[in-house]
Design a protein around this ligand. Structure first.
Ligand code: PHE
Length: 345
């Protein structure tokens, strides 16, 4: 009796192919519902003899699985269909949100510096971060064993006698050497890049930082050109009316050398922690390229003169946003990075 019913229903289920979700629901109620056929068959099953039970139990369970599988198969198809119908059909639904990243503050400042110098006709030059002694030191007039080499604590990769030392570059002046060696004056270029110095990491110092250096070599380039170029740069970067002053300094590769201060961008010269209450902050080193450097790079120092300068990007960023801990620049904490939304993506 039960077996016959099962055979018949089984055929019916096999052929069943609902046209829509409503038909499928009808099927579910009829077979799998609480008052459905399967429930009824299980009730009948209770009344059969133990021998019959042994055979029928298996058959009945398989039949139930058949009904469930059929239902699951179509339910999945109808669910997926109604989902696409919903999103494709209803154009008033809100769009999917996507988030845009932000540029790193050091990239923002670097790009701004590059933009200003590009407008003055400077091109961008790059070079390797692993340098030999010649390009980082010797060509730049750092004599061997000269204390000037201690000015920049260096990470050496290979240290021998001096001449074949290999190190992480301590400044991008090395790119200036490469440029002069490989080309013919005039040169008018800036060199952005990462540099390394053997310093203990703290809020105020790091073992790497970023620079933009610049070089201008031609006939009759004078200190007045240097002053005017850097003056213009500062007006563009920090706004009209920012004051500049030059203090005599020393670099092996420039003569004369100077450090340039600007009126404090935070307190406008009134005195604050940033400028240590002097009203002035240092932003770069500069000078006239030493004739020895020109000669080392194969340039006639009787005919050509030039100026060079170099600044730390972190320092410039600091004067813009007052970032009290240098380590923030390299920790990749999105809470810090997200604050610098740029207009230019
Ligand atoms: N190379 C110097 C430094 O890293 C900066 C500098 C560049 C100074 C060019 C003068 C001229 O500190």
């Amino acid at each position: 009796m039960i077996q016959e019913q099962i055979n018949q229903y089984s055929l019916e289920i096999d052929e069943f192919s609902p046209a829509n979700a409503a038909e499928l629901e009808e099927f579910r109620i009829r077979f799998l519902g609480t008052k459905g056929i399967i429930k009824d068959l299980f009730e009948q099953f209770k009344t059969v003899t133990p021998e019959e039970k042994r055979v029928l139990g298996k058959v009945l369970n398989e039949f139930k699985q058949q009904a469930e599988a059929k239902h699951a198969e179509f339910k999945e198809a109808f669910d997926a269909e109604s989902q696409t119908a919903k999103t494709e059909g209803d154009l008033t639904l809100p769009g999917e949100g996507y988030s845009v990243g932000s540029r790193h503050p050091l990239s923002l400042v670097r790009n701004e510096i590059i933009d200003i110098f590009k407008r003055l006709g400077f091109v961008v030059a790059e070079g390797p971060e692993i340098e030999d002694d010649w390009h980082n030191f010797s060509a730049l007039n750092f004599p061997e064993e000269h204390p000037a080499r201690d000015m920049q604590d260096t990470f050496f990769i290979k240290k021998n006698t001096g001449k074949d030392d290999i190190a992480l570059r301590t400044h991008t002046s090395s790119v200036q050497v490469r440029m002069m060696e490989n080309g013919k004056p005039p040169f008018r270029a800036i060199m952005p890049g990462r540099v390394y110095r053997n310093e203990a990491i703290s809020a105020r110092a790091h073992c790497f930082f970023h620079q933009v250096e610049g070089l201008y070599i031609d006939e009759n380039v004078s200190f007045a050109d240097l002053k005017q170029t850097l003056y213009h740069f500062v007006q563009e970067l920090y706004g009209e009316g920012t004051k500049v002053r030059f203090r005599p300094s020393y670099f092996p590769f420039t003569e004369p050398s100077a450090e340039m201060d600007i009126s404090c961008t935070i307190c406008k010269g009134a005195g604050c922690n940033m400028c240590k209450h002097t009203g002035w902050v240092e932003i770069l080193g500069c000078g006239m390229v030493d004739p020895n450097v020109l000669e080392n790079c194969g340039i006639d120092s009787k005919k050509f003169t030039g100026f060079a300068f170099g600044m730390g990007i972190e320092r410039i960023a600091n004067l813009k946003w007052v970032i009290r801990d240098l380590r923030l620049f390299s920790e990749n904490d999105v809470r810090f990075l997200r604050q610098f939304k740029s207009e230019i993506i």
